[in-house]
Design a protein around this ligand. Structure first.
Ligand SMILES: Nc1ncnc2c1ncn2[C@@H]1O[C@H](COP(=O)(O)OP(=O)(O)OP(=O)(O)O)[C@@H](O)[C@H]1O
Ligand SMILES: [Mg+2]
Length: 278
């Protein structure tokens, strides 16, 4: 099983975009991919892949209900197909209350002297649903804040793919990589692996190399850096599709720099598969 969470402490560095594009790449490699959108904000992975889910309907069954043991149906019924060869458990507004709901159960359980780990509920839901029988790849995309969404995501996947913004602050996040990983390990009381750190939105080639070197120096895999490709990335969000789909269906001619980005995404996915298998 290949499973990881896309995470970075910084907001807006491409976690969600990368989750969607990598899901596409793994599916192209013949893998059975399930993505899980844990970000309650509009404009999350569910939006990128263009699936229509009842996110405002408080009576609808959704991931949060399953995580607090108040589900209304089978977990399988939450799974929707995307147009890109992979599936998604979509976002729902109830994810906003996930932390409060888990805390309440934790308090109630403590009163009853029962064990309840608020950060182990996504893993429990996936195991109970037998997800490993239908999928060999799981990608979870939590919101940018460290909290119950992130800890549940990492507990279920045990690995991270970390996009890094190529600014002065971005170098801070390279320097802080180990601290980030250790902080999460402490919270969930398990070891986690970094499958890739990905400088994303890099301007110059020299910057690209500096970032990759710095990440390698810290012992983390970093096979590629993704250039700043606003036209391609914005196009994908506008048309609600993956990079491959966009180039194939919304470009009348192939552009070399965009083909280079597609090749890099392919290389990144292959590297992640290799690191995870090793
Ligand atoms: N390499 C890139 N080149 C140009 N634009 C990019 C690149 N990567 C991401 N973007 C753009 O950055 C924006 C934020 O991306 P995204 O939503 O994936 O980030 P995020 O880290 O998930 O944000 P959040 O912290 O809100 O969850 C999007 O508009 C996306 O198109
Ligand atoms: Mg996001």
């Amino acid at each position: 099983m290949l499973s990881y969470t896309t995470y970075s402490e910084a907001g807006g560095v491409g976690k969600t975009t990368l989750a969607g594009f990598l899901a596409d790449e793994h599916a192209r490699d013949g893998r059975d991919v399930l993505t899980i959108d844990m970000d309650p904000q509009y404009g999350s992975l569910t939006h990128l892949v263009g699936v229509d889910a009842p996110r405002d309907d408080s009576d609808a069954d959704n991931l949060t209900r399953h995580m607090i043991d108040r589900e209304l149906g089978d977990f399988d019924d939450l799974i929707l197909e995307t147009e890109f060869g992979f599936d998604i458990v979509p976002s729902h507004n109830m994810l906003e209350s996930l932390g409060d709901l888990l805390s309440k159960i934790e308090e109630m359980s403590a009163d009853l002297d029962e064990e309840f780990d608020p950060y182990d509920q996504l893993r429990r839901v996936l195991v109970d649903a037998g997800i490993a029988q239908d999928y060999d790849t799981i990608i979870v995309d939590p919101p940018a804040t460290a909290g119950p969404h992130l800890y549940n995501a990492v507990n279920a996947t045990r690995s991270l793919v970390i996009p890094i913004e190529p600014t002065g602050k971005g170098m801070q996040s390279v320097i802080g990589l180990e601290e980030l990983v250790e902080g999460i390990e402490e919270r969930i009381d398990s070891e986690i692996g970094v499958l890739a750190a990905v400088p994303n939105g890099v301007g110059r080639t020299s910057d690209q190399e500096t970032y990759l070197e710095e990440i390698h120096a810290r012992g983390y895999p970093a096979p590629i850096a993704i250039r700043n490709r606003e036209s391609l990335f914005q196009g994908c969000w506008k048309e609600q599709c993956t990079a491959h789909y966009y180039v194939e269906n919304h470009r009348s001619r192939k552009r070399d720099h965009e083909m280079e980005t597609l090749d890099q995404l392919d290389e990144l996915a292959a590297s992640i598969e290799e690191v995870a298998g090793a």
